[in-house]
Design a protein around this ligand. Structure first.
Ligand code: ATP
Length: 365
């Protein structure tokens, strides 16, 4: 399989820049997610890697070879669009063997390859059935079979589960991941669904407005968002932001919000002006003795936990607490924060201020 690297990749459509200057590396065998909201440039990035779109600037390397100007047919990758794009009048075997016939492979060899692929996908029993009458799951397996049979260096998938209902989607996501692990394939997968990205991906790149906001393993992206955009886009409910005017000096580990001093991870960079105290709902506790105060405005019961929404002097905040914690709408509450899980942001650019804890994650860039 393949390592894929992009460097300063850019795509302009006329005066509009869809991808600004993206750089990252996808390691051999990784399940790699391109994540971001609609229109952020995920598909354009994938299409440039695949050779379906020529970059305006920058390089694409597959296994160290610069392929930016090579057409898709010369890159030996498989692009899986919508899973259901099959030839309905052909059998399963006909669909899977189609790419091999186009390559001019001999009949006996095709038969053997198709048999192997059908075995991997668990569809041997339906090889001679027309795809027209198959269930959604089986059609998806056939579409994958058609991609796998060519032994490509990498699989590129653009929202492949987009058209499926939630339950089936989850099931197919699990199957795709298992298949990836069995084949040790390099897979690049576009999605706007943060849960899908977190569940399936070894690494995630988060994009917004054509810019790479962050790149890393799911847990680092969740725990140490590099920007406010990432902190809001990932997590449900998203990270809370208490906005305040203030300052933090380099090396300091407290901030003042109104009358209250709050503990934060030791900051490496100093900043002043408009700042945000960012904390995820599960890192907030209701504690009557805590000096930082809020008022409960709503509760949402979720089984083992509940989401409690509070008003504070610095904005609304959600806490995820055990559902047996007694909470009354309208009551005042003290709020305690897990100091080591707090992220401070400067709001002028939305960047996280670096702490001892997240320095390694964000690197030096
Ligand atoms: P979605 O999930 O909605 O497809 P995306 O993140 O994949 O979003 P892209 O499809 O890469 O986004 O598109 C990025 C931006 O580039 C969008 O604003 C889109 O309208 C624009 N765009 C894409 N292709 C073209 C094109 N051929 N000509 C002009 N603009 C384009």
């Amino acid at each position: 399989m393949a390592q894929i690297r992009i460097e300063n990749l850019r795509k302009d459509f006329g005066a509009f820049t869809a991808v600004r200057s993206s750089s990252f590396t996808i390691e051999d065998g990784e399940f790699f997610m391109l994540l971001g909201p609609s229109g952020c440039g995920k598909t354009t990035t994938l299409r440039m890697m695949a050779g379906l779109e020529l970059p305006t600037a920058g390089q694409v390397y597959i296994d160290g070879e610069e392929v930016g100007q090579k057409p898709a047919s010369k890159r030996n990758i498989a692009f899986v669009f919508q899973m259901f794009a099959l030839y309905p009048h052909m059998t399963v075997r006909g669909n899977i063997s189609y790419p091999l016939k186009s390559q001019g492979m001999g009949k006996a060899q095709i038969r053997q390859k198709v048999g192997e692929v059908a075995e991997i996908l668990g569809i041997t029993a339906i090889l001679d059935r027309p795809v027209g009458g198959l269930s959604g799951g089986d059609r998806q397996r056939v579409a994958l079979g058609r991609a796998i049979v060519r032994d490509p260096k990498a699989f590129f998938m653009d929202e492949p589960l987009g058209a499926l209902d939630a339950e089936f989607r989850e099931h197919m996501a699990g199957e795709l991941r298992a298949l990836h692990d069995r084949m040790e394939a390099t897979t690049v997968y576009v999605t706007h669904d943060q849960l899908e990205a977190m569940q399936m991906g070894d690494k995630i790149v988060v994009m917004n407005h054509g810019v790479v906001e962050q790149f890393g393993v799911p847990q680092d992206i969740y725990d140490w968002p590099a920007t406010r955009f990432v902190a809001e886009f990932i997590g449900s409910p998203p990270m809370n932001f208490l906005d305040f005017e203030g300052m933090i000096g380099a090396g300091q580990d407290t901030v003042r919000l109104g009358d209250t001093t709050l503990q934060v991870p030791r900051s490496i960079d100093g900043a002043n002006g408009r700042l945000s105290f960012g904390v995820r709902p599960e890192h907030v506790r209701l504690d009557d003795a805590a000096p930082y105060r809020g008022r409960v405005v709503a509760t949402e019961y979720l089984g083992t936990t509940q989401i409690v929404t509070l008003d504070t002097a610095h904005g609304a905040l959600k806490a995820r607490v055990a559902s047996n914690v007694p909470v009354r709408v309208g009551a005042a509450a003290g709020l305690a924060f897990d100091a080591q899980r707090v992220t401070l942001f400067e709001n002028a650019h939305g960047h996280a201020l670096r702490s001892e804890a997240n320095r390694g994650v964000l690197g030096d860039g």
